[in-house]
Design a protein around this ligand. Structure first.
Ligand code: ATP
Ligand code: MG
Length: 403
């Protein structure tokens, strides 16, 4: 038994002892029965948010109006959500109204797929009114109720079907798949952040290529920012294991796509990673191995090597071996980055008795390159000596002299 269930059970038992119902619900029940690893456990109850806050000592209000309170047990956070129904969808995005209910079945009925619409009580007995267990044994993704209606309510579910197809390696039932195609257009109305969350999981799943084929079959890609600018052949041509690799590779193959990237509203970290991958791909043939090793961290070198290996059309005969050499060269470099140079801008200014300015960067990057190429030791006195011999400074003009 996973310890999240053991700890979560404390919450279920406490709810029951106060006269309420409490169940594990959704993805954790599915994953438990599939023997998959569990990363978080959601709980559903007929207790109202105020009741939950009253019963438990450590709670955090993360969305009381939608019925969700975080309960901390032994410092582990659990989302505890009041049974609810969702009704009156009008904009394909989110329910207009949240209605709390005392009925577990109504709560399960609003959930997307039958495998996600199961609950489990504190004795690990399963409540499965929509045949989720059967769907799991058939490895089938099927909506709860009419697929067309459910995708009409919330178009994100269409993309979630593709995400689960990748993560679980399940097939999508025929009617569900037909409805995906039928409602794909409504993905346009989904908040891009929600789509990106699903795409991120899709690419990290077991079978991103199968899911991409499904996306193309049902035309989902045509209605997602960025992807709507990539034709099907290019979309299906790449073999990657993360969203950021997909985006970097598509931009590498068609640089004008860079303009479409902001529409995805990605985090700065992801944008930086994509930028670094693109820079590495642009420098890979022309830079020295040492410069490649110095300019990129291990992660980018490794991810890019994987990318080339999985997409052989990127190889031109020696890119892989250049990346491998860069990786082995890296630990032996005289400096790991510019901050390790034994002489900084201040020392330079006092040596030349000059004010700061752009010249400092020019001199330091010349020094950096000398050290990196092994022509100069990273030693303060040696660097000063080199600067004396190679740099002419006059009223703000600097010149590096070849000697
Ligand atoms: P994961 O392992 O990725 O967390 P999960 O099944 O827990 O998978 P979540 O996105 O965390 O997926 O959602 C939790 C549960 O909430 C789902 O299992 C499903 O029952 C329900 N759910 C989530 N999103 C929707 C949606 N758009 N429409 C209907 N039900 C949803
Ligand atoms: Mg979850």
């Amino acid at each position: 038994m996973h310890e999240l269930f053991t700890t979560g059970n404390i919450i279920l038992k406490t709810l029951v002892s106060h006269g309420y119902k409490g169940y594990f619900v959704g993805g954790c029940v599915r994953d438990y029965h599939m023997g998959r690893s569990i990363s978080d456990v959601d709980i559903t109850t007929d207790a109202l948010p105020e009741d939950i806050e009253r019963i438990f000592r450590h709670t955090i209000d993360v969305g009381k109006t939608h019925g969700t309170i975080i309960v901390l047990v032994e410092d582990v956070p659990f989302e505890v959500t009041t049974f609810r129904t969702e009704s009156e969808y009008s904009d394909f995005r989110r329910p207009d109204a949240v209605t709390f209910t005392r009925d577990l079945h109504s709560d399960l009925e609003r959930r997307d797929f039958t495998m996600n619409a199961m609950a489990m009580d504190g004795d690990f007995d399963i409540i499965d009114p929509y045949n989720g267990m059967e769907a799991i044994s058939d490895r089938m993704i099927t909506t709860v109720g009419q697929a067309s209606e459910r995708f009409g309510e919330d178009a994100l579910r269409i993309l979630r079907a593709a995400r689960f197809a990748s993560q679980l390696q399940f097939e999508v039932a025929n009617d569900t798949k037909r409805a995906m195609a039928q409602h794909a257009e409504n993905l346009r109305h989904v908040a891009v952040e929600r789509s990106v969350t699903e795409l991120t999981k899709l690419y990290m799943g077991q079978d991103p290529n199968g899911a991409k084929a499904l996306m193309a079959d049902t035309h989902l890609n045509r209605y997602l920012p960025f992807f709507d600018k990539v034709d099907d052949a290019s979309f299906l041509r790449t073999d990657v294991r993360s969203l950021e690799c997909e985006l970097a590779l598509q931009i590498h193959l068609a640089p004008e796509l860079k303009q479409a990237l902001p529409a995805l509203k990605l985090s700065n970290t992801i944008k930086t990673n994509i930028g670094n991958t693109l820079r590495l791909l642009a420098m890979i043939d022309s830079s020295s191995i040492r410069n490649l090793a110095y300019s990129f961290d291990d992660r980018v070198l490794e991810k890019t090597a994987d990318m080339i290996q999985m997409n052989p059309y990127l190889e031109n005969g020696n890119r892989m071996s250049r990346l491998k050499s860069a990786q082995t060269t890296k630990p032996g470099l005289p400096i790991a980055d510019a901050s390790e140079i034994e002489l900084d801008g201040n020392a330079l200014m006092s040596h030349f008795n000059a004010r700061g300015g752009p010249w400092i960067r020019v001199v330091l990057s010349a020094v950096e390159q000398e050290i990196l190429d092994g022509r100069l030791d990273n030693d303060r006195d040696k660097i000063i000596e080199w600067v004396r011999a190679h740099v002419e400074y006059e009223a703000g003009n600097i010149e590096i002299i070849e000697k």
